[in-house]
Write a protein that binds this ligand. Structure first.
Ligand SMILES: Nc1nc2c(c(=O)[nH]1)N[C@H]1C(S)=C(S)[C@@H](COP(=O)(O)OP(=O)(O)OC[C@H]3O[C@@H](n4cnc5c(=O)[nH]c(N)nc54)[C@H](O)[C@@H]3O)O[C@H]1N2
Ligand SMILES: Nc1nc2c(c(=O)[nH]1)N[C@H]1C(S)=C(S)[C@@H](COP(=O)(O)OP(=O)(O)OC[C@H]3O[C@@H](n4cnc5c(=O)[nH]c(N)nc54)[C@H](O)[C@@H]3O)O[C@H]1N2
Ligand code: SF4
Ligand SMILES: [Mo]
Length: 870
C-alpha cells in the first residue's frame, strides 16, 4: 500500500509516496500530485529510505542511563517538574522544542507550558532560524504573515535570493525557479558574501560585505523614490513613509563594499521589473540586524505595491519542515497561539478560557540564548529538550553543553541516544520518527500537509504529542490532555484559530475544526486561511493589514555592523551554513552512504591569498579559534569566499567529528528585537594545525577513533575516517587494532618510521576488516576506491590505489545515481559533451533531483577553461 506523506527535511514541504516493504525498508518517491513539488525530490528526499534503519534508534526509556518503563520515566518527569515548580515557581522550568515537531506535538507542548504550567518558558530552535522574519513581518504587517505562494516563482520575471543558498537548502524550489527561467527567462540575482551553488544559474551575484544588507536595500528604497517607481495608491495603505525615506537616504551604501555600478545595476533591474520576488533566509535572519534586514526588504515591496499579486512579493523561506506550523501554534517564548499576542489581555483571556487553563502568562518567557544562560546560572532547574540538539546547534555550544550537563534535571526526547544532547539527559525518552507517526506540517507557502504513519513504532517508542499529553495528565491537569489521537488535537487547534479569526487575525483554519477522523486521514494539502469567507490565496493585494489601524508600516532602519569586529587577534569573519546532502546535526542524513559521499569531512573555506599568507596548503588541517572556543577543520582553498572571510558547515558533532563543532566558535550575540543569534558573522583566528601525523581509515564496522582530529562517514561497505594527531604514535599496529576493535585479526603492515608512513591492513578470514594509512603529510590515497573494499576479498588495499585496469570513479557528485567526478570528466572528454543536459543524457547524472546540476556546470566550466588554456 502506498501512503501520501511529507518529506521530513526542509520547509519546501515536498509530498512523498511511501511504500513499506514489510521488513523495515521504505520506498520513497516524489508525489506527482503535491503542489509543493509535483513529483520532484532532492538528494536528501530521494535518500530517505536509507535513513529508516533501527540500528541507532533509542527504543526504551532510560533514567540515569538505565532502561526502564514509560510509567516510571514519565512519573519522574511529572514529579520533578511539579516539585521544581512548587518550590521555585513556574519560571524555574523550561521546554526547548523544535520546528521539526508536527503541529499536533507543538500544540500540546505550548498548551502544557503556557496554559497549565503557567510560564512562557517554551522556546524553540526556530529562534535560531525564523525569529527575525517573525519580528519583521509583525512590525510591517501587524501579524507574522507570509503573503505569497510558490506559484509566484513560476510567474516572476526577477527573483532575488538574499542570504539564501536555495540550490542546496531548498533544492526543489530552486529547480522550479530554473524551470521558470527556462520557460520565461526569469532573471536571478544572488546577494550573498560568498559564491554558492545558487550563483551558478544567476544573472548577477552581489558579494556584499557580511551584515550590510540593510544598507543595500535602503539604497534601493531611495532609488525607488528618486526614479518615481512608488505606487502612490498602495502607499495610502502604509504608514511611516517619510521617516523611512529619510533613513534610507542617509544610510551609508559604501558599507556594502559593492561598487556604485553594481548597486546601480541591481536597482535598475529591481525597479524595472514589476514582477519581482525577493526570497530571504538565514543570511538575513541570523544577524544582530536580522529584523531590520527583513523590514528593509519589506519596505521596498510595500512602497512599490509589489506584494500579494501574482509573481511579486517578499518570500521568507522556512528552514524546517514545520517551522511555519510552530509559528501558528505560538511555540516561541514571545508568541501566544494562532498568531495571537501574548501582550494583549483580551487575547490571553480568550485563549485561557478556550483551554480551560488557570492562567496564561502576561509576558514573554526566556528566548533560547537567555534560556540556556538561565540554565547555566541555575535559574532554570528542570529542562525538557524535544526534537533538537542544542549542545551542537546553539551558539557558544560548549557553554550550552556544560549548562545542560549541570542542570539538576534534564529530559531529552529523541529518536536516537547518539547525540551530544541526548548523552547529557537524566531522562531519555524514545520518540517515534517521521514515518512512524501521524500529524500535519505547514510549509513555506502556508500549505498544510499530512504526515502519515507507514512503519510500526519500533520498541517502546511513542509519538511526541502522546508523551507530552501523558506528562500533562500526570501533573494533574486532567482531561484537557486526554486526546485520543492527533486528529482530536488538530480539531482543537483549528477551533482555537477561529477565535483568532474573530479577533481579525490572519491565521484562521476554523473551517477544519469539525474535520472527522476519516477526513483528517484523507486530508489533501491545503493552503491557509481555511475559514468561512476566506480560503488559501495571497495576502495584502487589497492593502488590508493587521495593525489596529489596518495599515502596513514602513520601518525606518539603518545599517549597523555585526556585533563582533575583526581585530588583529581575530582577523577573519566566520560565516557558517549548510551543505547540499547533510541535514543539521546529521542524526539521519549521516546514516545514508549516498548522502555521506558528497562531502565526507568538515572543512573551512578560505581564500587563496589568505592561505598563502598563512602558509596553509590545500588539504592541510587548520586550527580555528575565537574568544569562546576552538575547532580543527580541513582547509579548502577557494575564491568562493572573499579575502578575510572564511566559511564552515554547521553539521559535524561530537558523534561525527568532535573537534569540528562549529557552534563552539560562534559567540551568542543576538538581534535586540528578535533574540536571534548572529550565526554568520563571528570573528576568528586561523592557523595551520601542526599535525605530527595524518591518517585515513576504512572499516567494515564502526570505528572508535581517539585522535585529536577525526571525522567519520558512512560508506556502502562500512565507514571511512580522516584522522590526525599532534603527538607521535609509537605502535601503529596496536593503534589499528584498537581503532577497528579487532584484537585478533590478521595484520599485514608496512611501516617506515623515518618517512613517518604506515600502512596497516586487517583481515578476518580473507575478508578485509579495516585498513589504515598514515603519513606525515595529508594522506594521498584513492579514498573513494578504498572505501569500497571493506568486507570484500579485494587485494588493492595495501597499495592504496586501484589496479591499473580498474575504473576509478572519483568523488561522488551525483548522489542519486552515485556518479563520480572522474566518470563525468571522462565522458566529457571522450564524448565531447558540452552541456549539463548532454551529460545527463549520457550518464543520467543530474537527471533525478537536479541538486548536483550547479556542481556539474562548474566542473564543465573548469574543464572548458582548462582546455582553452592548453
Ligand atoms: N541541505 C540542507 N538543506 C537545508 C537544511 C540543512 O541542514 N541542509 N536546513 C534547513 C533549515 S532549518 C534552514 S533554516 C534553511 C537555511 O537555508 P539558507 O539560509 O539558504 O542556508 P545557509 O547555508 O544557512 O545560509 C544561506 C547563505 O547566507 C549567506 N550569508 C551569510 N552572511 C550573510 C549576510 O550578511 N548577508 C547575506 N545576504 N547573506 C549572508 C551564507 O553565505 C549562505 O550562503 O535550510 C533548510 N534546508
Ligand atoms: N553556526 C550555525 N548554527 C546554526 C545554524 C547555522 O546556520 N549556523 N542554523 C540554525 C538553524 S536555522 C537551525 S533550524 C538549527 C537546527 O539545529 P537542531 O534542531 O539542533 O538540529 P537537528 O539535527 O535537526 O536536531 C533534531 C534532533 O531531533 C531528533 N529527532 C528526529 N526525529 C525526531 C522525532 O520525531 N521526535 C523527536 N523527539 N526527536 C526527533 C534528531 O535525532 C536530532 O537529534 O541549527 C541552528 N544552528
Ligand atoms: S526540497 Fe528536498 S529536503 Fe526539501 S522537502 Fe523537498 S525533498 Fe525534502
Ligand atoms: Mo533552520
Amino acid at each position: 500500500m502506498t501512503a501520501r506523506s511529507t518529506c521530513p527535511y526542509c520547509g519546501v514541504g515536498c509530498g512523498v509516496l511511501l511504500r513499506a516493504d514489510g521488513q523495515g525498508g521504505l520506498d520513497v518517491q516524489g508525489d506527482p500530485d503535491h503542489p509543493a513539488n509535483f513529483g520532484r525530490l532532492c538528494s536528501k528526499g530521494s535518500a530517505l529510505g536509507e535513513t529508516v534503519g533501527l540500528e541507532q534508534r533509542l527504543l526504551v526509556p532510560r533514567v540515569n542511563g538505565r532502561e526502564t518503563g514509560w510509567d516510571d520515566a514519565l512519573q519522574r518527569v511529572a514529579d520533578r517538574f511539579a516539585g521544581t515548580i512548587a518550590k521555585d515557581g513556574p519560571d524555574s522550568v523550561a521546554f526547548y522544542v523544535s520546528g521539526q515537531l508536527l503541529t499536533e506535538d507543538y500544540y500540546v507542548a505550548n498548551k502544557l507550558m503556557k496554559g497549565f504550567i503557567g510560564s512562557a518558558n517554551i522556546d524553540t530552535n526556530s529562534r535560531l532560524c525564523m525569529a527575525s522574519s517573525v519580528a519583521g513581518h509583525k512590525r510591517a504587517f501587524g501579524t507574522d504573515t507570509v503573503p505569497g505562494t510558490y506559484e509566484d516563482l513560476d510567474a516572476a520575471d526577477l527573483v532575488v535570493l538574499v542570504g539564501s543558498n536555495l540550490a542546496w537548502c531548498h533544492p526543489v524550489l530552486y529547480q522550479r525557479l530554473l524551470a521558470a527561467r527556462k520557460a520565461r527567462g526569469t532573471r536571478i540575482v544572488v546577494i550573498d558574501p560568498r559564491r554558492t551553488a545558487s550563483c551558478d544559474g544567476a544573472d548577477m551575484h552581489l558579494a556584499l560585505a557580511p551584515g550590510s544588507d540593510v544598507a543595500l536595500f535602503n539604497r534601493l528604497f531611495a532609488e525607488i523614490c528618486e526614479r518615481g517607481a512608488l505606487d502612490d495608491a498602495y502607499l495610502s495603505h502604509c504608514n511611516g513613509f517619510d521617516e523611512t525615506l529619510d533613513a534610507a537616504r542617509n544610510d551609508d551604501m559604501s558599507a556594502t563594499g559593492l561598487s556604485d555600478a553594481q548597486i546601480a545595476a541591481f536597482c535598475r533591474l529591481w525597479i524595472g521589473t514589476e514582477r519581482v520576488v525577493t526570497i530571504f533566509s538565514q543570511g538575513v535572519n541570523q544577524s544582530t540586524s536580522g529584523s531590520d534586514k527583513v523590514n528593509a526588504i519589506l519596505n521596498c515591496h510595500l512602497a512599490t505595491g509589489r506584494i500579494g499579486k501574482p509573481g511579486c512579493g517578499p518570500l521568507s523561506v522556512t528552514g524546517q519542515p514545520n517551522a511555519m506550523g510552530g509559528r501558528e501554534v505560538g511555540g516561541l517564548a514571545n508568541t501566544l497561539a494562532c498568531h495571537l499576542d501574548l501582550e494583549n489581555a483580551d487575547h490571553r483571556a480568550a485563549v485561557r478560557d478556550f483551554w480551560g487553563a488557570p492562567s496564561v502568562p502576561d509576558g514573554p518567557g526566556l528566548k533560547a540564548v537567555d534560556m540556556f544562560r538561565a540554565v547555566g546560572r541555575g535559574r532554570v532547574r528542570a529542562l525538557w529538550i524535544i526534537h533538537t540538539n542544542p549542545a551542537v546547534s546553539m551558539p557558544e555550544a560548549d557553554a550550552v553543553r556544560d549548562a545542560i550537563a549541570a542542570c539538576p534535571f534534564t529530559v531529552v526526547s529523541d529518536i536516537t541516544d547518539r547525540t551530544d544532547t541526548a548523552r547529557l539527559a537524566d531522562v531519555l525518552l524514545p520518540a517515534t520518527a517521521w514515518a512512524e507517526k501521524d500529524g500535519t506540517v505547514t510549509n513555506s507557502d502556508r500549505t498544510i500537509s499530512r504526515q502519515r504513519k507507514v512503519l510500526p513504532a519500533p520498541g517502546q517508542a511513542r509519538p511526541d504529542w502522546e508523551i507530552l499529553a501523558d506528562v500533562g495528565r500526570r501533573m494533574g491537569f486532567g482531561a484537557v490532555f486526554d486526546y485520543d489521537g492527533p486528529a482530536a488535537i488538530f480539531r482543537e487547534h483549528a477551533a482555537l484559530s477561529g477565535i483568532a479569526g474573530r479577533f481579525g487575525r490572519d491565521f484562521d483554519i476554523s473551517g477544519l475544526s469539525r474535520l472527522t477522523d476519516a477526513a483528517y486521514d484523507a486530508f489533501e494539502p491545503r493552503r491557509w486561511p481555511i475559514a468561512q469567507g476566506r480560503s488559501g490565496g495571497r495576502f495584502f493585494a487589497d492593502g488590508a493589514f493587521f495593525h489596529p489601524d489596518g495599515k502596513a508600516r514602513l520601518l525606518p532602519v539603518k545599517w549597523k555592523p555585526p556585533a563582533a569586529r575583526t581585530e588583529p587577534r581575530y582577523p577573519f569573519r566566520l560565516n557558517t551554513g549548510r551543505l547540499r546532502d547533510q541535514w543539521h546535526t546529521m542524526t539521519r542524513t549521516a546514516l545514508s552512504p549516498r548522502l555521506s559521499a558528497h562531502m565526507a569531512e568538515p572543512f573551512l573555506e578560505l581564500h587563496p591569498a589568505d592561505a598563502g599568507r598563512l602558509g596553509i596548503a590545500s588539504a592541510d588541517l587548520v586550527r580555528v579559534t575565537s574568544a569562546v572556543g576552538a575547532a580543527i577543520l580541513r582547509a579548502r582553498i577557494t575564491d568562493a569566499v572573499r579575502p578575510g572571510q572564511v566559511f564552515a558547515p554547521m553539521h559535524w558533532t561530537g558523534e561525527t567529528a568532535p573537534s569540528a563543532r562549529i557552534d563552539a566558535l560562534v559567540a551568542a550575540a543576538t538581534d535586540p528585537l528578535s533574540g536571534q543569534p548572529e550565526s554568520k558573522a563571528g570573528v576568528v583566528a586561523v592557523a595551520r594545525y601542526a599535525a605530527a601525523w595524518y591518517g585515513f581509515a576504512v572499516s567494515r564496522d564502526a570505528m572508535t577513533p581517539g585522535a585529536d582530529y577525526w571525522a567519520l562517514a558512512r560508506t556502502r561497505s562500512g565507514y571511512r575516517a580522516e584522522l590526525a594527531g599532534s603527538a607521535p604514535v609509537r605502535d601503529w599496529e596496536a593503534e589499528a587494532r584498537r581503532l577497528f576493535g579487532r584484537p585478533n585479526a590478521e595484520v599485514a603492515s608496512l611501516l617506515d618510521a623515518k618517512q613517518g608512513t604506515a600502512r596497516i591492513v586487517l583481515h578476518e578470514g580473507r575478508v578485509l576488516a579495516g585498513a589504515l594509512y598514515v603519513s606525515s603529510q595529508p594522506v594521498a590515497v584513492k579514498r573513494d576506491y578504498l572505501a569500497t573494499l571493506p568486507g570484500t576479498e579485494a587485494a588493492g588495499a595495501f597499495t592504496g590505489r586501484p589496479p591499473a585496469d580498474m575504473p576509478n570513479p572519483g568523488p561522488v557528485l551525483c548522489s542519486c545515481f552515485g556518479i563520480g567526478i572522474n566518470t563525468i570528466v571522462q565522458a566529457v572528454e571522450d564524448q565531447g559533451l558540452m552541456s549539463v543536459d548532454a551529460i545527463g543524457a549520457a550518464l543520467g547524472a543530474g537527471t533525478n533531483c537536479g541538486s548536483c546540476r550547479p556542481e556539474i556546470a562548474e566542473l564543465l566550466q573548469g574543464i572548458r577553461t582548462r582546455e582553452a588554456a592548453e
